[in-house]
Ligand binder design. Structure first.
Ligand code: AMP
Ligand code: TRP
Length: 337
């Protein structure tokens, strides 16, 4: 059986990269796979979070999933901390993950920055918790943006280590699914930097809840270069801002890169940007409006998450029991007389 697992951290400022690199692709997958979509709040606290903001962001990510078109009945939508087995499996897997593997993780190096000795154990162990998220459900496919590729390779290595150590085939090796033409959406202010929730400039990203005027302002202010758009894909080489805006247009319109380049060959950025504004507003406007409506109805969102937690726990508890059994944990039972 094929099962999908993926997640987003509730750390605020959900943006176009999260939508095009992840959430939008999930909508199409739900027809063909058994899907589990998580809001990874335990991952969020690997960096400091304000408690009230964390709760709000958790509902906002759930709202984004539903507003983008994920069906909370056919898919499971839940927040990670409501299923204790994630943390429990992470412990087991952490005991068999060599430090050498974790030392190679580039995201830890970026996030820890210069104060490496001050970084928390949770930030270091982040990829082990991510492996636990996936393996807990025996997921076979994991749709993510390009930045998660290294973490997924580690999850495969950890699954293989567990299976070999205990002579079992309990865990399938999860396959990354890096889909679409915008697997790495770049900052609107600097085409060599990833669009990110944590960039200090709000002009670097289009947020999923931005209104039409804000989207227009951000696109018009987006960094460009002084030349007209090229007439071939090869002409995007060495022009990161042009490449990024073309890729965003291609992804939003559902057309390929070649077709998009051909359509705007020789155009000035100003004219192209107006078309991009119209397209971005047409795609994101209704999703942002629905997100705001859902966030304004927190009881409804909480009911979706509670229902998801119940279904996720049923699978997770069964699989964790299998793991504990394989590892040799005694499960004492009191005989009823
Ligand atoms: P995060 O915001 O780190 O929780 O990421 C959630 C999902 O969005 C993951 O699948 C990421 O790979 C994806 N993602 C985040 N930023 C980008 C980006 N700039 N371009 C494409 N995908 C992204
Ligand atoms: N690390 C992912 C990110 O920041 C989020 C995540 C946590 C995840 N657990 C996961 C993604 C399991 C896919 C599968 O983008």
């Amino acid at each position: 059986m094929n099962r999908i697992f993926s997640g987003v951290q509730p750390t605020g400022n959900l943006h176009l990269g999260n939508y095009l690199g992840a959430i939008r692709n999930w909508v199409a997958l739900q027809r063909d796979f058994d899907c589990i979509f998580c809001i990874v709040d335990l991952h969020a606290i690997t960096l400091p979070q304000d408690p009230a903001a964390l709760r709000g962001s958790t509902r906002e990510v759930a709202a984004a999933y539903v507003a983008a078109g994920i069906d909370p009945e056919s898919c499971i939508i839940f927040n990670q901390s409501t299923v204790p087995a994630h943390a429990e499996l992470a412990w087991v897997l952490g005991c068999m993950t060599p430090l050498g593997w974790l030392n190679r993780m580039t995201q830890f190096k970026e996030k820890a920055g210069k104060q490496r000795e001050m970084a928390g154990l949770g930030l270091y162990g982040y990829p082990v918790l991510m492996a636990a998220d996936i393996l807990l459900y025996k997921a076979t496919h994991v749709p993510v943006g390009e930045d998660q590729k290294q973490h997924l390779e580690l999850a495969r290595d950890i699954a293989g280590t567990f299976n070999r150590t205990y002579g079992t085939d309990l865990f399938p090796l999860p396959e990354p699914q890096i889909l679409g033409t915008a697997t790495r959406v770049m900052s609107l202010r600097d085409g060599t930097k990833k669009m990110s929730k944590s960039d200090s400039s709000d002009y670097s990203r289009i947020n999923m809840t931005d209104d039409a005027d804000t989207i227009a302002l951000k696109v018009r202010r987006a960094k460009t270069d002084p030349h007209p758009l090229p007439d071939s894909v090869a002409g995007l080489e060495g022009r990161p801002e042009a490449e990024n805006l073309i890729d965003i247009y291609a992804a939003l319109s559902g057309r390929g890169r070649e077709e998009t380049v051909a359509e705007f060959a020789g155009a000035q950025f100003s004219a192209f940007k107006e078309r991009l504004v119209d397209l971005a507003v047409a795609v994101l406007g209704p999703i942002g409006a629905e997100m705001k409506r859902l966030v304004g109805a927190p009881d409804h969102v909480d009911a979706i998450l509670a229902h998801g937690a119940q279904r996720a726990n049923a699978i997770a508890e069964k699989h964790l029991a299998e793991v504990y059994d394989i590892v040799g944990m005694l499960r004492p039972r009191v005989k009823s007389s």
